[in-house]
Write a protein that binds this ligand. Structure first.
Ligand code: PEP
Ligand code: MG
Length: 563
């Protein structure tokens, strides 16, 4: 491994996901229930399988309640994942598997462990988002077993002083409700840039490094300095000197949070900053941020729990809720359904594909079901007309110029501007020809990275490859941006890469005209861009493109920016 290996006796490296410097003693997350307690409990001495199942039901009730209590105290993405965990703990299929194991004479702890193992295998084989939920299943298992044997719930111990939390990977129940005054940074040995840990750390504004090999061996209580921009965990630093760095970083972060737009480089090149949204409420709250609109409305996220396709009318109502807050002259880019792979939608996704990430997902679903896309476009056009919002439409997973031309025709027939996402290397390589048939391009760096590097974006062991700083990925972005400049048409970035203030400078230097990101990331990105000239952005682009690997790219750009 190049990026996550130990580089010196005292510094470990991982993938930086939330910038900022923090320091403190290491606090390990208690992962497992004590084996002694499990042995003492044995088979629990239940009268029969029915009594053991009743104890299981009681444990499920208690564990589900813990999740819902935490969900009530949390907000946004954290609340959603905790509610989902409460549902998973009470799952009927899981209960049936436990009951079957009990009937066959197993003790209740073994029955729970076996049933969870069965589900872990199923989820892992499904891949994508379902595989991501394995960490949640393991968390449920630990909590159920702890409750059954009468041990305290495993997870995050309450820090007695500001500490750096270190874990193999974190479940949502671990990270929700964390007090940022007591947990100053998160570091995990596994997990990638899109893991729950990363999402929640970003929401809390806590510096975070994931995929840091070797961090679990750092002893509890050892003083470490975590740099969430450089991706380093330093051991043995002088606490006094570290305090100055931490204070300076805090001051800088407070300054970034106060940035209020509009975005431009220090020498006046305007940059459009946009929000990624999932539904009406997220669109509404993002509209309060200094954004010029929405660069990515992921429509499929509105339908994750729907069995049947909503009618055109119902869809129009949902889309209008997202468009309405931007009827003040701002614009919204609506993406047509990106169902399939990690986002299974009951009424659209094919089942039983061998390799769903390379299968019939996104635009490809319209090959044998064009009505699905046409009805969605009708609904988008209706919502645009009702709200009066400047509405543009783009398709995900476009591989060929013919697909782009066909899609653009359907969108323009409805009086709207048409674009396509660049998520497949073929689309980047042919960007100049794509731009002959569409009005704009939007680069989805999450999938572009996955497909350029042949590395599953959810794979927790491949964080060093699923990194948009990979020079090959940057090269594809540069080709696409250059095509936009030549054609005089906008080319934006709407993947996670846009939320990285450091990388944003390089993207602007390549000629990218807009950056769309989680609303929370907008201010730090805007503030960073305001500090650099276009020349520096161009130098940052050159440095990142010419670097041998992501870590070297980050280091070169940080040096250029004087970080
Ligand atoms: C992307 O692939 O970068 C993207 C923005 O789409 P999604 O993350 O929804 O696949
Ligand atoms: Mg994508």
């Amino acid at each position: 491994m190049t990026t996550s290996a130990e580089t010196s006796e005292t510094t470990l490296r991982g993938t930086p996901v939330v910038p900022g410097i923090a320091a403190g003693p290491v606090l390990h997350v208690r992962g497992e229930v004590s084996p002694d307690a499990i042995e003492r409990f044995g088979d629990g001495d239940f009268a029969d399988a029915g009594a053991a199942l009743a104890a299981y039901d009681e444990a499920v009730g208690a564990v589900a309640r813990t999740y819902t209590d935490k969900a009530d105290a949390a907000q946004g993405a954290a609340a959603e994942v905790l509610t989902a965990s409460a549902g998973l703990a009470s799952d009927k299929g899981l209960r049936s598997a436990v009951a079957k194991n009990l009937e066959s004479g197993q003790g209740v702890v073994t029955a729970v462990q076996g049933a969870v193992e069965q589900f872990v295998t199923i989820f892992t084989n499904m891949g994508g988002l379902m595989a991501e939920r394995v960490a949640d299943l393991r968390d449920i298992e630990r909590r159920l077993v702890a409750h059954l044997v009468g041990e305290p719930a495993p997870g995050v111990p309450t820090p007695t002083e500001p500490s750096v939390l270190v874990a193999e990977d974190l479940a949502p129940s671990d990270t929700s409700g964390l007090d940022p005054d007591l947990v100053t940074a998160l570091v995990t040995e596994r997990g990638g840039a899109t893991s729950h840990t990363a999402i929640i750390a970003r929401q809390l504004g806590i510096p975070c490094v994931v995929g840091a090999a070797g961090v679990l061996s750092v002893p509890e209580g050892a003083f470490v300095v975590v740099d969430g921009e450089a991706g380093t965990i330093e051991q043995g630093a002088d606490p006094e000197a570290a305090r100055d760095r931490v204070d300076e970083s805090r001051r800088l972060r407070a300054e970034l949070a106060g940035w209020s737009g509009p975005a431009a480089t220090s020498d006046g090149l305007p940059v459009k900053l946009l929000a990624n949204v999932a539904d009406g409420p997220s669109a509404e709250s993002a509209s309060e941020e200094p954004v010029q609109g929405v660069g990515l409305f992921r429509t499929e996220l509105c339908f994750l729990n729907r069995r049947d396709e909503p009618s055109v009318e119902e869809q129009a109502d949902i889309y209008a809720e997202v468009l309405a807050p931007y009827s003040d002259g701002r614009y919204v880019v609506v993406r047509t359904l990106d169902a399939g792979s990690d986002k299974p939608i009951a009424f659209a996704t094919r089942s039983g594909e061998e390799n769903p990430a390379l299968g019939v997902r996104g635009l490809r679903l319209s090959y044998d079901n064009p009505g699905l896309m046409d009805r969605q476009l009708d609904a988008i056009a209706l919502a645009a007309e009702r709200t009066g919002t400047d509405t543009r439409v783009m398709a995900p997973m476009v591989a060929t110029v013919t697909e782009a031309a066909d899609f653009a025709g359907r969108v323009r027939d409805r009086g709207l501007k048409a674009g396509v996402m660049v998520e497949i290397p073929s689309a980047a390589l042919l960007a100049h020809r794509m731009l002959q048939v569409v009005d704009f391009l939007s680069i989805g760096t999450n999938d572009l990275t996955q497909y350029a590097m042949a590395a599953d974006r959810m794979a927790t062991d491949l964080a060093h490859l699923t990194d948009p700083w990979q020079p090959a990925v940057l090269q594809l972005i540069a080709i696409t941006a250059h095509a936009g400049t030549e054609a005089g048409k906008p080319v934006g970035v709407c993947g996670e890469a846009a939320a990285d203030p450091l990388l944003a400078t390089a993207l602007i230097g390549m000629g990218i005209s807009s950056l769309s990101m989680a609303a929370r990331a907008v201010r730090p990105v805007g503030a960073q861009l305001g500090k650099v000239s276009l020349d520096t952005c161009e130098a940052a682009a050159e440095a990142a493109l010419g670097a041998p690997d992501p870590m070297a790219g980050r280091a070169a750009v940080r040096e250029l920016l004087g970080h």
